[in-house]
Design a protein around this ligand. Structure first.
Ligand code: HEC
Length: 101
């Protein structure tokens, strides 16, 4: 039964990478300040995706900003550095944010 469940979970992750990256974002605490479809403390991820649509350098720029934090793009509230996020995870998260709609 346990085995069956983990197979089902694996299938879900393979079928839905967006779901897996939401889980990553949740585990890295991003979702305490962000939501996909509405502004919380930080901008809605779908608004970020719309802003950088067609901008080829956006993924790298956002990955760096996710780690270092930054301010002045969306309003007066800065994003603190997220030093618990590795460079590889930051790239995954940036790519996922840019895919949200
Ligand atoms: C303490 C609250 C907080 C946390 C935690 C947080 N953010 Fe943010 N985030 C913000 C705020 C506020 C802004 C707007 C900063 C600005 O205006 O430049 C922002 C901006 C962003 C942007 C847009 C940057 C830009 O230049 O357009 C992205 C992408 C982002 N956050 C992703 C993440 C990810 C991924 C995580 C998790 C690793 C995360 N954030 C964690 C508050 C937070």
């Amino acid at each position: 039964m346990k085995r069956l469940l983990s197979f089902a979970a694996l299938g879900l992750c393979l079928a839905a990478p967006a779901f897996a990256d939401l889980a990553l974002a949740t585990s890295k605490n991003c979702m305490s300040c962000h939501a996909v479809d509405r502004k919380v403390l930080g901008p809605a991820f779908k608004d970020v995706a719309a802003k950088y649509k067609g901008n080829a350098g956006a993924a790298d720029m956002l990955a760096a900003k996710i780690i270092k934090g930054g301010s002045g793009v969306w309003g007066p509230v800065p994003m603190p550095a997220n030093t618990q996020v590795s460079e590889a995870d930051a790239k995954k998260l940036a790519a996922w944010v840019l895919m949200t709609r």
